[in-house]
Structures are given as C-alpha cells and as structure tokens.
Design a protein around this ligand. Structure first.
Ligand SMILES: Nc1ncnc2c1ncn2[C@@H]1O[C@H](COP(=O)(O)OP(=O)(O)OP(=O)(O)O)[C@@H](O)[C@H]1O
Ligand SMILES: [Mg+2]
Length: 356
C-alpha cells in the first residue's frame, strides 16, 4: 500500500476558496499542531486552483536564515540562464511574468536582484514584489503569496525586527492595496501566540486552524485502506487523527504492531526529556530573557492532562513554553486551550507521569 491519496479537508478547502473568491483584505494565518497537514493542504489547493491564480510559494523550512541577505535569497528564485534565455533575455517584469508557471517562487533577474540587495533594506525587496504583483494583475491574473514555516524569520534583524517589516508589507498588500492574497503557515504555536497578541495585527488578519483529523474523518481514512473495525478503533485509540501517523499505519498495514511501536518510542523520548530536566535543569528563552524551567511546574502542567485531553492555560509560562518548544504540547491562543501535539503524545505523557 504505497500510494496514499489526499484525504478530506473539505471544510478548510472551502474556507480558503471563499477567501480567494473575494478581494484580498486580511492576512490569513494557517496554524495547527505539528504534522497536522498544513503544507499538504496548501500544496493540494495550489494544484487545484484555477489558472487565473498565480501562486508564489516559499517554504522556509530548509532555508538557512541568519541574516538579511539569506532572507532575501530565500524569497527569490533566480532565473536560470539557459542558452534560450541568453538569446532572448528577459528585460521587463512583463516578460518575466509571462514565463511564470502557476506555482513558483518569486522570480527575479540578476539586474533586479542587485536593486533588491542594495542597502540591505527590506523596502527594496518589497517594492520589487509590489511591482511584480502589479504586473501579474495587468496580465489578468491574481497573485497569491504563501509563506510556509514563517516562524523561521523570527530572529532575523534588519535595523530592528524583520518580522515587523514583513507584517507591515503584508498589511500593505492586503488591507491597503488589495493587491495579493497572503497566507502564512506555521506549526509553531508560540509564534502564533506572539502574533495574536501583536497590536499591529489586530483587525488585519484571520486565523485558520488545520488540526489533526476528527474521529469520523480518521475512520473514513482507514476504511479507504481496508482496515477492519477492530484495527480502526485500535489505530484511532493510539494515534488519533494525526495525518502523518495514520498514513504510516496505512502504509505498513500492521496497525497493531506499528501503533505499539510508535507509542513506545514516544514514551521513551518524553521520559528521557523529563529525566534530563530533573537531573540537569534547563533554561529557555522566554519574553526576551533566559528563564529557568522548573521541573515540578512542568510536571504540574502535564498532570492536568491526566483526566482531560485538553485544558485552558490562562497565560504562557516558561514551563508551557518549554513543553511547546519540545513539541509535546500545542497551545491555541484563540481558545487559550493547551493540548498534547497528538493523541500519541497524550498516551505517552500519561504513561510517563503515572507514577509521579
Ligand atoms: N489531507 C491529507 N491526506 C493524506 N495525507 C496527508 C494529508 N495531510 C497530511 N498528510 C500526510 O501527513 C504528512 C505531514 O503533513 P504536512 O507536512 O503537510 O504537515 P504540516 O502540518 O505541514 O507539518 P509541520 O508541522 O512539520 O509543518 C504528509 O507528508 C502526508 O503524508
Ligand atoms: Mg508544514
């Protein structure tokens, strides 16, 4: 069983298509626990969109972003100089746009690149992108800008915070100019929590949660791959609706053996992390400074999950931050609810803390 088809996401797809159906006004933040299928959903929609949309998709996951120059390089895709393009050099933006396929990075030629890198000023890059998007509009198309794994930009500084400049640029593209649709995806819930509390973004963005599948959707998935009812229940009870896990179960076929193996691994990972915290302590960057992570407080947070799969968190503490950074807990700032990153994490947490 090697080919796994894209599954469901009807509600989320409809929400995104509705956004694309009216003129751009807000930035859309796509967020959710790790491995919940955000990137997969974006890729799926990009390929299904009508020809009139030109999607500029940038995934920062694999990019090294320590400086402004690296940020700029990550945004743009240089025109490859082939014999054909050398003969017919693209001089104008209109010519550049005419060669852009439906889904691409942001195209740029060497001449424009010089301008964009000049003075290390993000405004140059942004004004180039605005000109490019205006050209897309002139060609009768709709520009869509998608930035995946946006939190990677968090620490880059250019005369202040790059992220601040970038958000202002996105507001300009959407609310001010109505020029392009802007989607920002991230699985870092602390980043979203930070964004959510930023005054400059109030009323200028919307949030779209891409969570693990619910029970019915997950059981439908297993139906497609021939699981019987016992296997389905077993798989759901262990892995919940985490796409990456259920795809693995469907691929392997042996749901029982695989689920038990996954749980064992996760339990030992979380156990080791907590042992190390207890033995050696830890410090974490928190609200601009280094903070000690208190083992007892971490255990206190985790023990809230003994009875319930989720709970309200009130406010973020260094201990919650530590659990989020270690991909054990997901926090949703819109509902102020914290929960394990997956059902597997919930079972592993309960196992680890049962004797504590
Ligand atoms: N709708 C879906 N149908 C089928 N498989 C899916 C679906 N969504 C996700 N998957 C599977 O789960 C894997 C993880 O999904 P994806 O990488 O999109 O998650 P993500 O939320 O972007 O993760 P990250 O938190 O690392 O950014 C995919 O590689 C794919 O195999
Ligand atoms: Mg992703």
């Amino acid at each position: 069983m090697s080919d796994i088809e894209f599954h469901n996401r009807e509600k989320e797809i409809k929400e995104i298509l509705d956004i694309l159906d009216s003129r751009p006004t807000l930035i859309t933040f796509i967020y959710g626990p790790i491995n919940s299928g955000k990137t997969e959903l974006i890729n799926h929609i990009m390929l299904e969109l009508p020809e009139e949309y030109i999607v500029f998709y940038i995934n920062l996951r694999t990019k090294f972003l320590a400086s402004y120059d690296e940020f700029i390089e990550s945004l743009f895709e240089m025109e490859m100089e082939t014999e054909a393009t050398k003969r017919k050099k693209k001089e104008t933006l209109a010519e550049l746009i005419s060669s852009v396929t439906k889904v691409a990075g942001i195209p740029i030629t060497r001449e424009f690149l010089d301008y964009v890198f000049k003075d290390k000023n993000p405004k140059n890059a942004f004004s180039y992108i605005i000109k490019l998007f205006e050209e897309v509009k002139n060609a009768g198309k709709q520009p869509v800008l998608i930035l995946d794994e946006m939190q990677k930009i968090g620490d880059v500084k250019v005369n202040g915070s790059l992220i601040y400049e970038l958000f202002n640029f996105f507001i300009d593209l959407t609310k001010e100019k109505h020029l392009a649709y802007v989607f920002v995806a991230t699985s870092d819930s602390l980043f979203i929590e930070n964004v959510y509390t930023k005054a400059m973004l109030h009323g200028r963005c919307r949030y779209l949660l891409v969570d693990d599948f619910d029970k019915n959707t997950t059981l439908d998935f297993f139906d497609r791959y021939g699981f019987d009812s016992r296997e389905k229940e077993l798989a759901w009870n262990c892995c919940g609706g985490k796409p990456v896990y259920i795809v693995e179960l469907a691929r392997v076929g042996d749901a029982e053996g695989m689920a038990a193996k996954m749980l064992k691994i996760r339990t030992s990972q979380i156990g080791e992390l907590l042992n190390s915290l207890e033995a050696y302590g830890a410090e974490i960057e928190f609200r601009g400074g280094l903070h000690e992570v208190v083992y007892d407080k971490v255990m206190e947070e985790l023990s809230k999950l003994k009875e319930n799969a989720d709970c309200e968190y009130g406010y973020i503490t260094p201990e919650i931050s530590y659990l989020v950074r270690n991909n054990i807990i997901f926090v949703d700032p819109l509902t102020m609810v914290m929960k394990p990153q997956s059902k597997l994490d919930l079972l592993a947490i309960r196992d680890v803390i049962k004797n504590a």
